[in-house]
Write a protein that binds this ligand. Structure first.
Ligand code: HEC
Length: 186
């Protein structure tokens, strides 16, 4: 019984071959290798993610470029007067300011002239004429509106012309009368 205990103690305290097999250094080395592998895998994942991000950024830039090029091509394909109007008339306010309106050429010409004279829009005269023609074609007045827009100035001119003509007739008749009676009149 006593010897048995002694042998057991000796066996327990002496370095046994089984323990020597998994000594600390080997165990730590295995851990280090596993850590290194995990690190390598992690670095690989990060690198792959970065690469994917890079590719996505390149694709996004290409997409933005394509959209921009398409917009430019669409802009270039628009007729010149339309493009000119869009550029000249949206510098100070939205296009909705005038696209809701419908006018004859005459009134569009006056709207453009007002933008230049009163609001100091920087539009050369030939461009003003082109813009007015374009707007008259794309946003024309209805026949009723056209009648008013052309009718009012025509009526005004006729009334003024009539007054002048009537006035001159009146003066001429007065002169004839005064010449007949020998009196000087006016
Ligand atoms: C330099 C700035 C400027 C530019 C460029 C400009 N506008 Fe204006 N526009 C204004 C201002 C300011 C008003 C508001 C005051 C007024 O009605 O005059 C206005 C108002 C208007 C209105 C509303 C009043 C109305 O008469 O019905 C129309 C329509 C209009 N603009 C059309 C045009 C058109 C068409 C062009 C292009 C030829 C143009 N604008 C370019 C400054 C500008």
């Amino acid at each position: 019984m006593r010897w048995g205990l002694l042998v057991a103690a000796w066996l327990a305290l002496s370095p046994s071959p089984a323990r020597a097999d998994i000594d600390d250094s080997a165990y730590q080395a295995g851990e280090a290798i596993r850590d290194e592998e995990r690190l390598r895998r992690l670095r690989g994942d990060i690198e792959a993610e970065r690469e994917q991000e890079r590719r996505r950024a390149i694709e996004a830039a290409a997409e933005a470029g394509r959209i921009h090029a398409e917009a430019q091509a669409r802009e270039a394909a628009r007729p010149y007067p339309e493009r000119l109007t869009g550029q000249a008339c949206t510098q100070c306010h939205a296009a909705e300011n005038y696209t809701a309106n419908r006018h004859t050429w005459l009134v569009w010409r006056l709207v453009v002239a007002r933008m230049v004279w009163l609001n100091e829009a920087d539009i050369p005269p030939d461009a003003q004429a082109l813009i007015a023609s374009h707007l008259a074609a794309s946003h024309p007045a209805s026949p009723g509106e056209a009648f008013v827009e052309y009718g009012v100035p025509v009526a005004s001119v006729l009334i003024v012309a009539g007054l002048i003509w009537g006035g001159r007739k009146h003066v001429a008749a007065k002169r004839r009368r005064s010449a007949r009676t020998g009196t000087r009149g006016m």
